[in-house]
Design a protein around this ligand. Sequence first.
Ligand SMILES: Cc1ncc(COP(=O)(O)O)c(C=O)c1O
Length: 480
Amino acid sequence: MLEFNWKPDKTFPIPLHLQIVGYIKEKISLNEWTIGTKLPSQRTLAELFEVNRSTIIAAMDELAAEGIVQGNSGGGTKIINNTWNLMNQNYNWNGYITSSNHQSNHMMIQQIDTAESDPNMIRMGSCEPAPELIPQDKIQGILKKLSVSSQPLGYEEPKGSPFLRKEICKYLKTIGIEVNPSSVLITSGALQGLQLISLGLLHANSIVYLEKPSYLYSLRIFQSFGMQLSGIPFESTGINIKKLSEKHNRKRGSILFTIPTFHNPTGTVMPVEKRKELIHFCEKEGLPIIEDDVYREIWFENPPPPPLKSFDNNGLVLYVGGISKNLSPGLRIGWVVGSEQVIARLADIKMQSDYGSSSLSQNVATELFASGLYQEHNDNLRKKVKVRRDTALTALNEHFKDIATWNIPTGGYFIWLKLNNPLSMHQLFAKALNRKVLVHPGYLYEFHSNQHIRISYSNATLTEISQGIRILSELVIEQL
Ligand SMILES: Cc1ncc(COP(=O)(O)O)c(C=O)c1O
């Protein structure tokens, strides 16, 4: 990941292109940018450094003349040499990095991950609950209680703590899923659940059908192992089942990934009748489903319909849930629910990867469920998140009325803003970052989209939400 948290200073007596040369050389000399690293395009560099393209060309010419970079006909410029490396004989890892199985994260996601840690940033990209939404005092109370208990912190069973799995089963019953603890696997967040499914159940040619747009497009966990993502058109009620049926080619090893409840990024909720229809279709076609349900508890007026899993009589649905969105992402507690055969397979892969999730986190989660604090906290959380959603909607009505349309979420953390006119999202993102506003360009969730922005109201303060949306509107209007 190349870091660009610096810009040349126009007030300095040193020409801008030489300042850029100096910055790039410094990155190379610190071994932050290694030989073989590809630099962004000239256009992107010009946007990142906020200079004219001619300044970038002059800087690249200078670096090329010193033998530090080399351009190629495909338009990429690579770092090919550095004197510091020659002196130190530092090993060039690039061949290993680029030939490993796992793909790098989206360049933009890497940039976002770095920007997230800027304390002055208005974080409207993140779907992490704000500190005030995390029940710190309750967790502290539990930690205190655990500190005097005699529970050993050894390895847990392959499927995870039996106490936690039992509590999760009780909770699942309240949302319509009746299973035994042997059908539940504790994972380190929902994301690990998805990763285990990709490693343990799919093969290099599997096709993963998914909504278009989808959160899954922003990850590389399936593509890294050769699986293909196949986007299915989306409508106001969720995935278009007719289109899914047209696209589904009955290839062995295919699977459907769906977020039917408070979909990321659109906030959509699939109505109950369609849930039944989808299950019926998948049963008929023998197409298994990964149901990602991590936003379920964050509803505002009415609870969402029961999960797809509750209508599944054949063990076709792998249900992925967790507490990261509604309680604490840092505890890294998630779960996968499926047939015992599948759960045993995933547990085996998990044992091979990490010997189980943190027992301390599992003990905390067990207490949260068993004491009733989980439900109590959710009731509280919903009220607070609704205020955030309303603040975002008020600001949108004030600033985006004439230039965009958007959904009114009934739960979850997202507003999927559709600009009336397409524009360069790269440019908008860079300008917003410069004004300390972090949002997610829609193309992270739907390749080539240049009309959508995902706004999250989970993390920024109320003042920041209003301010961030106002700044964003100014930048959009500037670009129209
Ligand atoms: C739909 C969806 N699934 C899974 C995750 C990952 O959750 P966790 O932090 O529990 O791994 C996210 C987080 O952004 C998400 O939006």
